[in-house]
Ligand binder design. Structure first.
Ligand SMILES: Cc1cc2nc3c(=O)[nH]c(=O)nc-3n(C[C@H](O)[C@H](O)[C@H](O)COP(=O)(O)OP(=O)(O)OC[C@H]3O[C@@H](n4cnc5c(N)ncnc54)[C@H](O)[C@@H]3O)c2cc1C
Length: 454
């Protein structure tokens, strides 16, 4: 027996914490985990899953319009937000239950409590208990940031958006990242009047810039009003709603203001500073390539390390860490070529380098792209274009980046992510016979580069 209660104690049962606990226990480690909110963390409760369910619901809104061109007559559709939220909550509870069951059946002891560090091997729980562990893993995730402006308490974040009592008729969204544009698409599809304000010159600047430009155009087509270079300076309660005043002199009267202006790592109030755990300027835990902090018995994974804040990255990191610690593994997770999707309307799928990143790295590239109206929208008459882009290394012919905005983009990209991870060349793409008739086949039929950089 060791001197500790556990071999591993995990703080936070989100995507990363659940996977690390369960796999470590499967390898024979004695594992405890504490969770102070909802089992499954952000992804399950206020992130990927409920967002995707709401996004499915929103897609019916435009789907009914599109159906007319296909011979369907869709009478005035009645939408019930409370029904959607109730059904979504049932599904979330089911998934959270599965997470708990998987952990408990692997032998993990689950504490429904908040955890904070007393020393390098001891965690204090909000229940009053103390537990000791040879190793402690911090997987506490992140939390939405709202700027300090007068009236900020009138605004909500993504956390609250999933629990609104009713669908707001007019929504103002602040932000230009993926969460902002996803909620813009969701509320628009469900019938709200959506306005987006963003302080930057463009939206989605973390991705290939042409994706953001194209989405901006599609949002206008949907009737979403977007204002760039615009920052909310104050919020006031007015008769029948909220008035947002912006630095560009414009005011917007709406029923709901949603801030999607970034997330901060959840590291405060956990005793990290007192223990000397190194944090970066944004409050993220600094870890080495083994996910270890500067305190040797303390590890961290997931959004709290602010590396690549995605669920599959947090789970992959948790799994690899458990394998290394308790199964003699030596696997590390590469953050190169991680495919991701944005469930905007239309959605985006992206993997590998953007044109801007390739140029920044000094790589000479050939750029291939294609814009077209997909077959589906020939009859629906929706003025929606699909945009696809390949970034190819001029010297090696390797495909470095693959980007698409259009229907089914997210589903389309997973297979291409495998090809890019395997080092596929443009010649291999050209050799591949397309699936017809699909939009995806355009990825293997782009013959002539539109640009050569530099
Ligand atoms: C609106 C939204 C949409 C998203 N959509 C996607 C998507 O489509 N695809 C994707 O890959 N990613 C998406 N993400 C990101 C994804 O949710 C996160 O990257 C992922 O959840 C990170 O996992 P994690 O384990 O690091 O943290 P989390 O899942 O946030 O889990 C951390 C857990 O720790 C708990 N905790 C915090 N402090 C303590 C404490 N002191 N004691 C005990 N427990 C504590 C929290 O309650 C939480 O349950 C989305 C995020 C948001 C907000």
């Amino acid at each position: 027996m060791t001197q500790y209660d556990y071999d591993l104690f995990v703080i936070g049962a989100g995507s990363g914490g659940v996977r690390a606990s369960r796999i470590s226990a499967n390898h024979g480690a004695r594992v405890g985990v504490c969770e102070d909110r909802d089992m499954g963390g952000t992804c399950v409760n206020v992130g990927c899953i409920p967002k995707k369910l709401l996004s499915y619901s929103a897609s019916f809104g435009h789907g009914f319009e599109d159906a007319t061109g296909y011979g369907w007559e869709c009478a005035a559709n009645k939408f019930s937000w409370p029904d959607l939220i109730r059904n979504k909550d049932v599904e979330i509870a089911r998934i959270a239950g599965v997470y708990r069951m998987l952990m408990e059946s692997a032998g993990v002891k689950v504490y429904d409590a908040r955890g904070s560090l007393i020393d390098a091997h001891t965690v204090a729980l909000s229940t009053g208990e103390q537990v000791t562990a040879e190793r402690i893993l911090i997987a506490t995730g992140g939390w939405p940031k709202v700027p300090e402006i007068p009236g900020k308490e009138l605004a909500i974040t993504s956390n609250e958006a999933f629990h609104l009592p009713e669908l707001p008729k007019r929504v103002l969204i602040a932000g230009g990242g993926y969460i902002a544009v996803e909620f813009a698409g969701i509320f628009d599809g469900l019938g709200s009047k959506v306005t987006l304000v963003h302080r930057g010159v463009a939206i989605l600047t973390a991705f290939d810039h042409e994706l953001g430009q194209h989405l901006m155009h599609e949002m206008y087509e949907h009737g979403i009003e977007a204002h760039l270079h615009s920052v909310i300076t104050r919020l006031d309660k007015v008769d029948g709603g909220i008035r947002a005043t912006c630095n560009d002199g414009k005011t917007h009267e709406v029923d709901c203001v949603l801030y999607a202006t970034g997330r901060a790592p959840l590291t405060h109030g956990m005793g990290l500073e007192a223990l000397g755990v190194a944090l970066d300027a944004d409050g993220a835990i600094i870890v080495d390539e083994d996910d270890r902090t500067n305190v040797p018995s303390i590890y961290a994974i997931g959004d709290v390390t602010n590396q690549l804040n995605l669920t599959p990255v947090a789970t992959a990191k948790g799994h690899a860490l458990a394998d290394r610690l308790y199964a003699g593994g030596n696997r590390h997770v590469s953050l190169e070529n991680v495919a991701t999707a944005i469930f905007s309307s239309p959605p985006i799928g992206t993997v590998g380098l953007s044109e801007e990143q390739a140029i920044e790295r000094g790589i000479a590239i050939h750029v291939f792209k294609q814009t077209f109206r997909p077959l589906k929208h020939r009859l629906s008459m929706r003025n929606q274009q699909t945009f696809m882009k390949l970034i190819v290394d001029s010297a090696t012919d390797k495909v470095l980046g693959c980007h698409v905005i259009g229907d089914d983009a997210a589903e389309m990209l997973q297979g291409f992510a495998v090809a890019i991870t395997a080092g596929a060349t443009k010649a291999m793409f050209d050799q591949t016979i397309g699936i017809h008739p699909t939009s995806a086949e355009e990825f293997v039929t782009m013959r002539t580069p539109v640009r050569v950089q530099p």
